[in-house]
Design a protein around this ligand. Structure first.
Ligand SMILES: Cc1ncc(COP(=O)(O)O)c(C=O)c1O
Length: 386
C-alpha cells in the first residue's frame, strides 16, 4: 500500500504529458516560456482571481508576498502555530516576528477569536514586554490545513477592522471552495477568498507538478506588478534595471506544461478525492474523530487526518500491518527551539498542542483502492479494540 501514489494519475494522462513536455523541448524556451503564461491564464480563470503569478515554490510564493507588502524588522505577523514551517520561516527571513495564534481544533485553521485576542493584547502591551524596538501589527497569514479553507469570512473582517494585510497560505487547498456571502461573492474558489493567496505545486499536493512550483493569486493590480518584479530579481520595466530587491522566483516552462496537463483532469480528481473521503467517513465514523469540511466550505483533501488520543496504538498496528502513515505536525512551531526564540507567544496554544498529539494522516489519493481503505479502517478498529 502507498501513502500517496502518483502513478495512476501519470498513466491516465501519459500521452498529454508526453506531448506537453515534448512541445517545451521543441521550442526550447525553458524559462518564462509560453506554457507559463498559459498556466497563469488558466489559473486565473479557474480560481476567479484577478491575477495569477506562477512561481518557484509555495515557500517563495509566501516570501514574495511578504516582500511585496514590505514586511520588515519590527513588524508582527499573526500566524497559526500548527502549520508547516514555511509559514513562519518567511516571516523570520525578513526579520519580522511571527506571533503564534491558536487553532480551531475542528478545522485545524487559525481561530478568529484567538486572533482578535492576540491583536488586542499586542496593541496594549507595554514596550518593555516586547522585543527591543517594539512591534507593530502588520498582517495575518491564515493557513488552509489539509485542504480545508480557514474561516475567511471572519478573517477578512478582522483584517479590515485592524488594518492588517490578510495572506491566505493555501499551499494545501487549491481547488477548495467557501461561500463568501458576507462579501457578496457567493461561493468562491481558493485564490479569491482573500486579497492575496499563495499555493504550492509540490508533487504530492492536490495539484502538483514534477518538481517544485507554486503560485500567488492577487486581486490588486499594483501588488501584482510588484510581485512580477520581485519574481524577476526586482527588475523594472527595462531589462537589467532594478527597482527593488527581488529573488529568482520563476516557475520552469516544463513544470507549467505538467500542470496544464494535470489541470485537464483536476476537477474529476477533486470529485474522486471527495469520494475517497466519503468512503473513509463511512468506515471510520463512530470509531475515531474524522475530518469534516466546515459548513459552507469544501475541502480539496490534500490529506485525510484523523485524531485519536490512542495514536501510538494505531501507529503500532499500522507498522505491524505495513500501512504507511504520517504525522502532520508532531511539534507545533511555538515549541520548536528556533521559532520559540524568534516568535511571540501571547496566550496559551492548547489546541495546537492537543491536535499535534492526536493527529494522524491516513493513506489518501484519488485512485486509492477501496480495499486499501478497508485495510486501514480494520487496522484502526483493531488498535482501538472496536
Ligand atoms: C501550509 C504550507 N505552506 C507552505 C508550504 C510550502 O510549499 P513548498 O513546499 O512548495 O515550498 C507547504 C508545503 O508543504 C505547506 O504545507
Amino acid at each position: 500500500m502507498k501513502f500517496i501514489d502518483l502513478e495512476p494519475q501519470r498513466e491516465r494522462i501519459r500521452q498529454l504529458l508526453d506531448e506537453r513536455i515534448a512541445a517545451v523541448l521543441d521550442h526550447g524556451r525553458f524559462i518564462q516560456g509560453p506554457e507559463v503564461y498559459e498556466l497563469e491564464r488558466v489559473l486565473s480563470e479557474y480560481s476567479g482571481s484577478a491575477y495569477s503569478l506562477a512561481c518557484s515554490s509555495g515557500t517563495d510564493a509566501l516570501l514574495m508576498s511578504l516582500m511585496a507588502f514590505g514586511v520588515k524588522p519590527g513588524d508582527a505577523v499573526f500566524i497559526p502555530s500548527f502549520t508547516f514551517v514555511a509559514t513562519a520561516e518567511v516571516v523570520c527571513q525578513l526579520g519580522a516576528t511571527p506571533v503564534f495564534v491558536d487553532i480551531d481544533p475542528d478545522t485545524c485553521a487559525m481561530c478568529p477569536d484567538a486572533l482578535e485576542r492576540c491583536i488586542q493584547a499586542l496593541g496594549s502591551r507595554a514596550a518593555s514586554e516586547l522585543p527591543a524596538g517594539g512591534l507593530s501589527a502588520r498582517g495575518i497569514i491564515a493557513v488552509d490545513l489539509f485542504g480545508q479553507p480557514a474561516d475567511y469570512q471572519r478573517l477578512n473582517g478582522l483584517a479590515e477592522k485592524y488594518n492588517l494585510f490578510l495572506l491566505a497560505d493555501a499551499a494545501q487547498s487549491f481547488g477548495a471552495t467557501q461561500s463568501a456571502v458576507a462579501h457578496g461573492k457567493g461561493v468562491c474558489r481558493v485564490g479569491k477568498l482573500a486579497p492575496i493567496t499563495t499555493t504550492s505545486f509540490f508533487p504530492s499536493k492536490p495539484l502538483g507538478c514534477y518538481g517544485d512550483g507554486g503560485a500567488v493569486f492577487v486581486q490588486d493590480e499594483r501588488l501584482y506588478e510588484i510581485l512580477k518584479s520581485i519574481r524577476e530579481h526586482g527588475q523594472g520595466s527595462e531589462r537589467y534595471r532594478y527597482e527593488r530587491v527581488g529573488i529568482n522566483g520563476r516557475l520552469d516552462s516544463l513544470q507549467a506544461a505538467v500542470l496544464l496537463a494535470k489541470l485537464t483532469i483536476f476537477d474529476d480528481e477533486l470529485r474522486l478525492r471527495n469520494e475517497v473521503a466519503e468512503r473513509y467517513h463511512g468506515m471510520l465514523s463512530g470509531m475515531i474523530s474524522i475530518p469534516r469540511a466546515a459548513d459552507g466550505s469544501s475541502s480539496s483533501w490534500a490529506q485525510y487526518c484523523v485524531r485519536s488520543s490512542k495514536r501510538s496504538d494505531i501507529i503500532r498496528v499500522f507498522k505491524e500491518a505495513g500501512i504507511p502513515h504520517a504525522v502532520y505536525y508532531e511539534v507545533p512551531l511555538h515549541l520548536q527551539t528556533v521559532y520559540r526564540e524568534k516568535g511571540l507567544i501571547i496566550e496559551d496554544l492548547r489546541n495546537s498542542e492537543q491536535v499535534a498529539r492526536e493527529i494522524l494522516a491516513l493513506p489518501f489519493y484519488p485512485y486509492i483502492p477501496e480495499g486499501a481503505q478497508e485495510e486501514v479502517a480494520n487496522a484502526i478498529r483493531v488498535a482501538l479494540g472496536h
